[in-house]
Design a binder for this molecule. Structure first.
Ligand SMILES: Cc1cc2nc3c(=O)[nH]c(=O)nc-3n(C[C@H](O)[C@H](O)[C@H](O)COP(=O)(O)OP(=O)(O)OC[C@H]3O[C@@H](n4cnc5c(N)ncnc54)[C@H](O)[C@@H]3O)c2cc1C
Length: 357
């Protein structure tokens, strides 16, 4: 499989001098205390145990595509997960159970699934980072999320001091959330995905994708076509990593789509023209990108060395000379502007490490 971390240094001999910017897609983050890269799950567990025994703080990093790390860095142990591998661990006439090591590249896994004729993750093509991080925020895009296919998560439980096999219920998956997010109790070591043996995709659920495919919602299309179309749509929005394109120096969407009570939505000024999606329990999900644009922050809106992507309103990007401080200033300006205009609170999607919004 291609090396998702090829552009990132994992030479730990000089790691003490390393800025964490070298390990994040934002290319932001100050110095690390120590950095240890592991390519075996047992070694990862050992690092976790030893760090705890030494009373030191631990930061787990894989692809670094969903973290914002403060300019002062992280004065503790940074564990870089690089354990790789994908294996079929179960099979029936209709499906395969595939285990991906936590440090495996997510997009390599998606490509592997498509090339083997296994459906369920094709619409999640092009998402950066690792397979092991996908359960953390229940990664989703274009109508799929990993909660649809995850059968089990193998995780080291720091409280129990043992590896557990966690069911989807125990993972408590929700929109861009799970039991793992903002919770350092668990270290995910591998993830089991139940994928359908099918040359065709799962039913297409996302309107923009259906339009691009010339299909209707609910149609199935050839797996390869689904993957290629998603990759093309994502690339047009700067949502596929490209070292040459600073519109991709981001964490993807910086804000989640706010979910508000239906009664609150009905009373919002401008709700008549606001796109929205009715959700469960009398809630309504609002498009953060629409709120941001209509609060006066267009694509390209710039701060100090940072800017909203010129291709996607939800992506805050480092233009090369940015700092985490400047990125968070820009995020605050946007959040406060949206609140002043609509009374709606935006929340950050990435994990903020030793910094705050
Ligand atoms: C251009 C771009 C596009 C994106 N598009 C999407 C998208 O469409 N949908 C979406 O949902 N996300 C998207 N993201 C966000 C990101 O890619 C995903 O959240 C991804 O799963 C993060 O993986 P990672 O390996 O980079 O995690 P990291 O950034 O390394 O870590 C993220 C968090 O998870 C924790 N963590 C990571 N691995 C483990 C582990 N094995 N065990 C325990 N904790 C762990 C870290 O400590 C940290 O808190 C995008 C990001 C970028 C840069």
């Amino acid at each position: 499989m291609p090396d998702a971390y090829a552009d990132q240094t994992t030479d730990t001999s000089s790691a003490r001098e390393h800025l964490l910017a070298a390990y994040t897609t934002l290319r932001l983050g100050g110095p690390a205390g120590t950095v240890t890269a592991v390519d075996h799950p047992d070694d990862a567990v050992s690092v976790v145990r030893e760090t705890a025994a030494a009373g030191r703080r631990l930061l787990v990093l894989a692809g670094g595509s969903n973290v914002v790390i403060g300019d002062a860095g992280f004065d503790g142990e940074v564990l870089l997960l690089r354990n790789r591998g994908v294996e079929v661990v179960g099979e029936d006439p209709a499906s395969v159970l595939v285990r991906a090591a936590a440090g495996e590249s997510w997009d390599a896994f998606a490509e592997y699934a498509v090339s083997n004729g296994w459906s369920g993750v094709e619409c999640l093509s092009g998402i950066p980072g690792s397979a092991g991080a996908t359960p953390i925020q229940n990664v989703g895009a274009y109508g799929q999320e990993v909660a649809h296919t995850i059968e089990a998560v193998h995780a080291y439980d720091r409280e129990a001091g043992a590896v557990r096999v966690m069911s989807p219920d125990e993972c408590a998956f929700a929109y861009r959330s799970s039991v793992f997010k903002h919770n350092d109790r668990y270290l995910v070591l591998s993830v089991d995905f139940r994928l359908a043996k099918s040359a065709d995709s799962a039913p297409i659920r996302y309107a923009e994708l259906a339009r691009s495919l010339g299909a209707s919602a609910g149609d199935r299309v050839p797996l390869r076509l689904a993957r290629d179309t998603v990759l093309k749509l994502r690339a047009g929005k700067g949502m596929v990593l490209d070292p040459e394109d600073r519109d991709t120096w981001s964490v993807g969407s910086f804000f989640t789509n706010p979910v508000v009570p239906a009664a609150f939505f009905a009373g919002l000024s401008g709700s008549a023209e606001m796109p929205h999606w009715p959700g469960a329990d009398d809630t309504v999900k609002l498009p953060a990108a629409w709120l941001i644009e209509n609060a006066g922050f267009p694509k390209g809106f710039a701060g100090d060395g940072v800017a909203i992507s010129s291709k996607h309103t939800l992506a805050l990007t480092n233009r090369g000379a940015g700092t985490t401080g400047a990125l968070l200033d820009l995020a605050r300006t946007i959040r406060d502007g949206v609140h002043a205009r609509f009374g709606v609170e935006l929340h950050p999607e990435p994990v903020l490490v030793d910094c705050a919004l």
